[in-house]
Design a protein around this ligand. Structure first.
Ligand SMILES: [Zn+2]
Length: 304
């Protein structure tokens, strides 16, 4: 088994206003975690292409984003999501890394890939930026796997503390994709209620505030991992957000570093059983720098 990390210094160039939780220092914290692993294979991420983005996002939205970049605009796309010089470059690398990861595991140049990038992606919908996210990185990658590589069963698994509303909206009803999410409720963005059916290929499960390791693991063991097992995915994509950590300032779950090792091992086991080990993870949330450093390390170690 070999793990390939894809990242890029230009992902530091996306700079929301001072005090914003989704800040460049997050990427450096993730790198500090990975630096503790010897002999790790690390390569530069590539940019996503317009054709790859077109599968997930509408042309008007993409034209608008490109126009803002051309004009050197600094603007809030929504109350949480800021755009400035360097944002488009970073967002293209974040989405590109996920597609590059798909190409690597399907081309047998890596078994597992961890895209350590920012901005995150799972809140961005087809026609709008949202919740710190510009492009829906893993939805773009799932559609790349389906349309470029001809896969029939791609599982997107999201353990970020927030519901991946953007991934869900883009993949809902897609016969070749399954979206599975655990998230705290109530919490931003307020979607992902399992009692409100969305589409047959969408599985949501919620945790109440103050839930910890036991509740998280029980939810995945009893409700989510069996659904992935039944689906027999040809590829597993992972929205790897680390903001369910006990130290995270944006939510109230109480996960520990070792829970990220555990979920990494469980998802890798399913990838090994069904998908020749093919797994591509992409960094989503995680806003306490020390917790992020340690959680990224624990999750990456599980994939090795
Ligand atoms: Zn999050």
């Amino acid at each position: 088994m070999s793990l390939l990390v894809l990242t890029h210094r230009d992902c530091l160039a996306h700079c929301p206003p001072r005090g914003h939780p989704e800040r460049p220092e997050r990427l450096e914290a993730a790198w500090r975690g990975l630096d503790q692993i010897s002999d790790l294979r690390v390569e530069d991420a590539r940019s996503v292409t317009r054709a790859e983005l077109d599968r997930a996002h509408g042309p008007n939205y993409l034209d608008k984003i490109e126009g803002l970049d051309d004009a050197g605009q600094r603007i809030a796309l929504d109350p949480d999501t800021h755009f400035g010089p360097g944002t488009l470059r970073a967002a293209r690398l974040a989405a590109g890394a996920a597609c590059q990861g798909v190409d690597a595991v399907l081309g047998d140049t890596a078994d597992q890939v961890f895209a350590v990038v920012r901005p995150p992606g799972h809140h961005a919908e087809g026609a709008k930026a949202m919740g710190f996210c510009i492009f829906s990185n893993l939805a773009v990658a799932a559609l790349h796997a389906i349309h470029q590589h001809g896969l029939k069963r791609v599982a997107v698994c999201d353990f970020d503390v927030h519901h991946g509303n953007g991934s869900e909206a883009i993949l809902a009803g897609n016969d070749n994709a399954l979206f599975i999410s655990s998230h705290q409720s109530p919490l931003y963005p307020g979607t992902g209620d399992p009692a409100i059916p969305h589409a047959d290929n969408i599985i949501n499960a919620t945790l109440t505030p103050a839930s910890g390791s036991n509740e998280f693991r029980e939810l995945w063991v009893e409700h989510l991992l069996p659904r992935i097992d039944l689906y027999k995915p040809e590829l597993i994509l992972v929205s790897a957000g680390f903001d369910a950590h006990n130290l995270d300032p944006l939510a109230q779950l109480k996960l520990k570093d070792e829970d990220y090792y555990w979920i990494g091992q469980e998802l890798l086991r399913l990838a090994t059983n069904h998908a020749s080990g093919r797994l591509v993870a992409s960094l989503e949330g995680g806003y306490d720098l020390k917790a992020l450093e340690n959680s990224v390390l624990a999750f990456a170690e599980a994939l090795i």
